[in-house]
Design a protein around this ligand. Structure first.
Ligand code: DQQ
Length: 501
């Protein structure tokens, strides 16, 4: 194992900074049940796994400022995926093979009970003609006890020299590890050919230390952006599912808003690793969703979590605090009829406090209902047109105050569902609206809305569509109201979400 003064000092500095500055950030100033960083900046979820009876979630982390910087791994643990406790910073960019950053990766438990982190080490090798550092990416291992990790002596253990000739050494990252039934290990890694075309590569290993290149899982073929970041590949409901986060994707209707993540559903070819794609869609139709990663829970659920943010508005919306970045709510995944369904983990029902419910409420004008308000809430709405002739639209306003609101509008005729934060208190000219199409079941449209202090997540069509969005609205704006063009009938249940439970 690798030691040395620098390794100790950079990690210790980060840990000391967390204890000194992070511990001063009060709970009230953070999301209530979405994970935010101990202190400073957070991006991708990493190492999402269950280890010794607790969920571990690491994250891309720059403790010293609220902007992206040399990447560390932050670390938190939870019993229920919703109450998180911070552990000290797990990795710092302190070795020759990761001096420019410990980029995204994953975690797994070894047979001897230790926890292995597989991550991308970034190093610099000379400068370009323009004087910019040339970066090299390769996959590294650190092994530990769930709190302290030592980087493996032979790092990087998946060297960039394994890449076929012509491939970009600076775009080879984000290993996702899993174990096969025979006990051997596999990982998928994102890569890019010389012309920037994204690709997902597969590696195998008997001990998670010595890795062999197996082959290409799939290629983007220049269809969706360039490099495909943060791949995740798993079997679910008899299908293979591949999640990817393409860089620089062209916006196309509401399926793709520039930067979002995609899922592909398919099968594996006869060679056991070539992905045969059947369908491909946006994972989340909101504005803030990137770099999702999944884990299998001990009771067999495939659960996904993502960075609830997009790269293009990182400095623009939320007020500057001692932290930046948050995760989505963890979501249970299922595959049905060629679509990926997602639903907030069932553990969230244990946070449900006071229930306020109404049935058969006719909405044909602005409507407020006693007890339906709040900023940390789980809201379940079922809505249908009052008569066949009254097809119009239905709107839910949340985080509503004197001058602000975020609106969710459903066109009952077309099924188009639109989420709009234009008036959420935002003072920037950035994308504020997103949309998707939903279909009614037995005449009803169902919507589930999760509100937290700085976000809204919407699940429609039983989870066939999800929309995640950060909102900068002042916390005093707790109003919720309804409106309709035409006449609709609504059933609603609203639960306060209480993290003290
Ligand atoms: N973020 C990491 C990379 C990854 C990117 C760096 C995706 O490993 O490709 O912070 O957001």
């Amino acid at each position: 194992m690798m030691g040395g003064l620098d390794q100790t000092s950079k990690l210790e500095a980060a840990r000391a900074y967390e204890a000194r500055v992070g511990s001063c950030i009060g709970g009230e100033g953070r999301p209530a049940y979405h994970l935010s960083p101990y202190v400073g900046w957070m991006n991708d979820p990493n190492g999402f796994s269950c280890y010794k009876g607790q969920y571990h979630l690491f994250y891309q982390y720059h403790p010293y400022s609220t902007v992206w910087g040399p990447m560390h791994w932050g670390h938190a643990v939870s019993e229920d995926l919703l109450h998180w406790a911070f552990l000290p910073c797990a990795l710092a960019p302190d070795a020759s093979f990761d001096e420019a950053g410990c980029f995204s990766g994953s975690a797994i438990e070894l047979d001897d009970g230790r926890q292995l982190l597989l991550y991308t080490g970034v190093r610099h090798e000379g400068v370009t003609q323009e004087g910019l550092p040339v970066s090299r990416q390769a996959q590294c291992v650190a092994i530990g006890d769930g709190v302290d990790y030592e980087k493996a002596a032979g790092n990087p253990l998946i060297h960039d020299s394994v890449l076929p000739a012509g491939w970009m050494r600076q775009n080879f990252r984000d290993p996702k590890i899993w174990r096969e039934e025979d006990g051997s290990y596999r990982c998928v890694v994102g890569a890019a050919a010389e012309d920037g075309d994204g690709c997902v590569l597969l590696f195998s290993s008997e001990d998670a230390l010595s890795w062999k290149y197996v082959g290409e899982v799939t290629r983007n073929g220049h269809r969706f952006g360039m490099m495909w970041e943060c791949p995740d590949l798993f079997e679910l409901d008899g299908k293979e599912v591949l999640l990817v986060s393409p860089l620089k994707m062209l916006t196309a209707e509401y399926e793709r808003l520039g930067g979002c993540a995609l899922y592909c559903i398919g099968t594996l070819g006869e060679d056991g690793h070539t992905f045969v794609e059947e369908t491909l869609h946006a994972i989340d139709y909101g504005i803030d969703f990137y770099a999702p990663q999944t884990t299998l829970t001990p009771d067999g659920r495939r659960v996904m979590i993502a960075w609830m943010q997009n790269w293009d508005t990182t400095r623009l919306l939320l007020p500057d605090r001692r932290w930046f970045g948050q995760m989505t709510v963890p979501r249970e995944l299922r595959v049905r009829d060629g679509r990926l369904f997602q639903w907030p983990v069932r553990e969230i029902e244990d946070l449900r406090g006071t229930q306020v419910a109404y049935q058969d409420v006719t909405v044909d004008d602005r409507t407020e209902l006693e007890g339906i308000e709040g900023r940390c809430a789980d809201i379940v709405v079922r809505v249908r047109p009052a008569t066949e002739a009254s097809l119009g639209s239905f709107t839910v306003n949340v985080a509503e105050g004197q001058d602000c609101r975020t609106t969710l509008t459903l066109d009952l005729e077309t099924g188009r569902l639109c989420l709009d934060r234009r008036y959420s208190g935002a003072r920037r000219m950035v994308v504020h609206t997103c949309a998707c199409d939903v279909t009614p079941t037995e005449g009803y449209f169902d919507l589930r809305i999760l509100l937290d202090r700085f976000s809204i997540e919407v699940f429609a069509g039983g989870g066939e569509q999800a929309m995640s969005m950060v909102i900068p609205t002042e916390l005093a704006a707790t109003g919720i109201s309804f409106d309709a063009k035409g006449k609709v009938v609504m059933d609603i249940e609203k639960y306060a979400l209480d993290t003290d439970r």
